[in-house]
Design a protein around this ligand. Structure first.
Ligand code: SF4
Length: 972
């Protein structure tokens, strides 16, 4: 059909729908082919039953929105609840969601297969026999809650608060759990971030005091991506649709990625650079802008902390911008295109073309790095710092088509109660003094820190997290988790079986996207929105008049949700309220009574989400009813350049301005409903708080950095022992060619498969059918050198062991670099687990020598789902991460994933999926990398453990930052 006819048809459809007084949603395709049900008919939506075809049988649905839980994008879903059976029949996109606008990736609708997975965990389980033996008995929630609560209460009463630890993989929520942990007064929040995004986030944090970028792809003239954001990157589907809109507008796309991805195939320039050389490329582009005076001089003059740099580093008491410009030109003059060509392997002429595109984009330069190079390399944080340097040079910061700081494009509503306390102690197992600038907890070092420092955790929660499989060095995790002298009680809270859950004492079944409450907000574009995740069957049944007081009443088996679990657990830890814990979960309406989730969210939506009460009232709904009906709310669009906003007059009371132009006030802090975690900035000596920065005589909001400006030079890095890295610069990676032996190559292990999501998708049959294995990408030249073809077994040797995998020979990767997706290689020890995507393995340990061998892959099996008899694949990949030692970046704390490896033909006796590792050797590698650090004990400028302004998810009280003794003299 031609386009005109299609458009005519769409116009007719619009007229018809709007003529009925209903909402017409433009579909996601160019010709608006996709149709979303008008929201006015969500209570009673009629479709023909596809299974009854060719008969025309009508099915009636209630459409209940929720939020996807399968990645961090928080896209909207609409659950089609069959009004006859009250079961979810399918999940599609929610057109009312401002971030995803009705669209999803494959993983969103596949939630249906997760909730109906015949192998899912339906009841709380308790270990029988030794930890890790894999034998379980069903227990009741009451027993579980009393046992855990008793242990936690005892640890708190005995002042062992550091022995309680909550380790989260996919948070999927904003503020509920961190608020609770703060109120518990424990410094026990642990996250997965340092194996994920800390590298890039640190780079952004040092620049602007905010740790994430929010690129405005749709309005950009040039989109510059490090890695494959169109198919698998951060905020994947919301960003992907906006990247395509940008391209439709005529934006150019430049993709820096060693590996050919679907994204690179859409690029105008695909730079398949040598891994780790990205910062050299960006600095060469920066140098081009600087030497040719193509940068935005006014922006740089107003917003960079160049004055502070010139004074501190050059001892220039009255620096001028002109002198700084001369210095800037000198600083980067060595980063020529020719230099970058040597480092990256990309022609100087191509780099020049890209630099010209960057220059011509001006303030419409949208850039993004999240994982990829930022998380692959020693010094990966400088990849993001040098990438953002380009935005900072062009003034493409919080501009239309530019890149925003994330916090301004995100909204986290204030909850009904704020924590009554914060931890008064510091947890060295999470924030060791050797890593004072680590962006987040040094989570992946836990087994080594425990081994080295004799640590003990009495109650260890892993929550939607699978460190045994996801983290590097999984055998060290097994050693730690099996050892009851190190882990007293391991509680695995998980919606699906995981390799880590096998080493738990309790396995607690948690809900999927349709079975739980949460709120989420993400920086998908220049706007602020919140999305509501809700147990859709609970909402459906409540709409039909039922009274539901506990989400377990509607979930399968005894699957629960974490909100209600934590609330109940907190009450059991503090049954009489004397410890000050349960107040966080007490009703305001009925003091002394338990808070309900209706009150928790109802209060939040009523009091902390501007515009929502009015929007709800216009429809005759309460704010909670509105969110239950539509699932999302857009608070504001076009936020713009917050840093240029004037500080309101009522915040300027008895102000003081210091020599750097920072403005302090005595006005009380305004009560903001948006509690996005921002750095806590120091006040002045007179007890006033920081409120802004004076720029050209005006008092503006500026940036939440120590200087109030964009920090081209970081005093923090300088003062905490890293003066040579205080500017955006290039750090040669641990896998730089100069560091490799002649027979070594680089292994890239960080890339995602678009249809898989770490642990949680192994039970999604639709996704498993599409992607279930992870061959080793080898360039044709490398395959010839090694003497292998596609499908042949190869042995990949790392510093601590090896794995055996199949080769996939391709020209879609640089010669000298191999790649293997980390999404596959799931395993189980016996029949307990996901049978469609987990191989059955045997694990053997001879002192520190561990091995894992695959006994069998997957096969068809009989279950409640007839499709499990149709499983046609057997190979579910190889668990490569076991063979990776820890590589903590000494500054960002990020695990540097890239590996220097030897790849050779498999040896006689090698079998597919074999893994062998020496865990003693892995500890030695940990110690090698520890040597790279500069500890707070020797380098802290003020006797504290960490710069106070830097982010922490659960910030302890100020006194907890003090190092135990007087600081040693600063090392020379
Ligand atoms: S991008 Fe896909 S997996 Fe992620 S939230 Fe959206 S639909 Fe879900």
């Amino acid at each position: 059909m031609d386009l005109n006819k299609l458009n005519a048809r769409v116009s007719a459809a619009r007229e018809e729908v709007e003529g009925r007084g209903e909402t017409f949603y433009p579909g996601p395709s160019r010709v608006h082919l996709a149709a979303f049900p008008p929201k006015e008919r969500w209570s009673d939506w009629v479709e023909l039953d596809s299974r009854a075809w060719p008969e025309r049988v009508e099915k009636r649905y209630m459409l209940v929105p929720t939020t996807c839980f399968n990645c961090e994008s928080g896209c909207g879903l609409l659950a089609y609840v069959d009004k006859e059976t009250l079961q979810v029949r399918k999940l599609e996109g929610n057109p009312e969601h401002p971030g995803s606008r009705g669209r999803n990736c494959a993983k969103g609708p596949a939630t249906l297969t997760q909730i109906s997975d015949p192998d899912r965990i339906l009841y709380p389980l308790k270990r029988v026999g030794g930890r890790g033996e894999g034998r379980w008995e069903r227990v009741g929630w009451d027993e579980v809650l009393d046992d855990i609560a008793g242990r936690i209460r005892k640890a708190m009463d005995e002042d062992r608060k550091n022995e309680i630890m909550y380790h989260v993989g996919r948070p999927g929520e904003d503020g509920y759990t961190t608020g609770m942990l703060a109120n518990w007064g424990i410094d026990g929040h642990n996250s997965h971030t340092n194996i994920c995004s800390s590298g890039a986030r640190a780079g952004y944090h040092f620049w602007m005091g905010i740790d994430r970028p929010s690129p405005d792809h749709a309005n950009a003239d040039l989109i510059l991506l490090v890695s494959s954001h169109l198919e698998a990157g951060h905020y994947f589907n919301p960003h992907a649709q906006r990247i395509m809109e940008g391209k439709e507008r005529g934006a150019k796309l430049v993709v820096v990625d060693t590996r050919m991805s679907n994204t690179s195939t859409h690029a105008d320039h695909w730079l398949a650079s040598y891994p780790g050389s990205e910062a050299a490329i960006f600095l060469a582009i920066a140098n081009y802008l600087i030497q040719n005076r193509l940068y935005n001089e006014e922006f740089v003059r107003r917003w960079w902390n160049w004055q502070e740099y010139m004074e501190a580093v050059h001892g220039d008491p009255e620096p001028t911008f002109t002198r700084f410009q001369t210095e800037l030109a000198e600083l980067y003059s060595g980063y020529t295109f020719e230099y970058a060509e040597v480092e990256s392997g990309i022609d100087a002429s191509t780099l020049r073309e890209v630099a010209e595109l960057v220059a011509s984009a001006g303030t419409r330069l949208a850039t993004h790095n999240w994982r990829s190079a930022g998380s692959g390399n020693l010094g990966g944080w400088q990849v993001a710092r040098t990438l953002f340097l380009l935005n900072c040079l062009l003034g493409a910061v919080a501009t239309e088509g530019g890149t925003y700081p994330s916090a301004w494009n995100k909204f986290v509503p204030k909850p009904i109660h704020t924590p009554s306390r914060h931890p008064d102690q510091w947890n060295e197992l999470l924030w060791p003094s050797e890593y004072p600038l680590a962006l987040m907890e040094m989570s992946f070092l836990l087994p080594h820190l425990m081994k080295e420092r004799g640590g003990y955790v009495d109650v260890y929660f892993t929550r939607v997290y699978n460190p045994v499989w996801t983290n590097p060095d999984g055998f060290s995790w097994m050693e730690m988790l099996r050892d009851e002298e190190k882990i007293g009680l391991h509680v695995a809270m998980t919606p699906t079986w995981s390799e880590t859950a096998y080493f738990a004492d309790y396995v607690l079944p948690m809900g999927h996207a349709t079975e739980r409450h949460d709120i989420m907000s993400y920086e998908t574009h220049d706007a602020q929105w919140i999305a509501f995740r809700q147990p859709v069957l609970r909402t459906a049944r409540e709409r039909l008049g039922e009274v539901i007081s506990d989400t377990r009443e509607v979930n399968p088996g005894e699957v629960w949700e974490e909100n209600e679990f934590w609330l109940e657990l907190t009450w059991r830890i503090d049954p009489d309220g004397s410890r000050g814990l349960r107040g966080f979960f007490e009703s305001k309406a009925n003091p002394g009574e338990k808070l309900t989730l209706d009150e928790y969210y109802g209060y939040m939506f009523e009091h902390s989400v501007p515009g929502l009460p009015e929007a709800a009232e216009a429809e005759g709904l309460t704010p909670l009813e509105y969110m239950r009906r539509y699932g999302a709310f857009e608070i504001e669009t076009n936020i713009g350049a917050v840093y240029e906003q004037h500080v309101p007059d009522d915040e300027l009371e008895d102000i003081g301005v210091d020599e750097m132009g920072r403005v302090y006030t005595r006005a009380p802090k305004p009560d903001t409903p948006n509690v996005v975690a921002l750095p806590v900035l120091d006040g002045d000596d007179d007890g006033r708080r920081r409120v802004g920065v004076r720029v050209d005589g005006e008092i503006l909001k500026g940036f939440p950095t120590p200087s109030g400006r964009l920090e081209f030079w970081s005093r923090t890095l300088d003062e905490w022992g890293w003066p040579e890295l205080a500017l955006p610069t290039y750090i040669k990676s641990h896998i730089h060619p100069g560091s490799l032996d002649s027979d070594q190559m680089v292994l890239i292990s960080t890339f995602r498969v678009p249809v898989q999501i770490h642990t949680r998708s192994a039970n999604a049959k639709w996704l498993d059918e599409i992607a279930h294995t992870n061959p080793l990408w080898l360039h044709t030249h490398d395959a010839e050198r090694i003497g292998v073809s596609t499908g042949d077994l190869v042995r990949v040797e790392t510093e601590i062991g090896h794995f055996v995998v199949k080769a996939w020979v391709t020209e879609g990767i640089r010669s000298g670099v191999a790649a293997c997706s980390h999404h596959m290689g799931r395993w189980k020890l016996n029949d307990t687990g996901q049978r469609q995507a987990m191989a059955t393995v045997g694990i053997d340990q001879q002192e520190s020598n561990w091995s894992l061998t695959q006994k069998r892959g997957v096969a068809p099996f009989a279950s409640s789902d007839p499709d499990t008899m149709r499983i046609w694949w057997t190979d579910v990949g190889v668990h490569q991460n076991l063979t990776h030692p820890v590589h903590p970046d000494p500054i960002s704390g990020q695990h540097c994933w890239h590996q220097a490896v030897r790849v050779r033909r498999a040896e006689p006796g090698d079998r597919y999926g074999d893994v062998a590792v020496d865990s003693e050797r892995s500890h030695a590698v940990y110690l090698d990398w520890l040597d790279k650090t500069r500890s707070a004990v020797t380098h802290s400028p003020d006797g504290t453990r960490r710069p106070y302004w830097m982010m922490r998810p659960v910030r302890p009280e100020r006194q907890a930052y003090d190092l135990p003794g007087p600081p040693d003299p600063v090392a020379s």
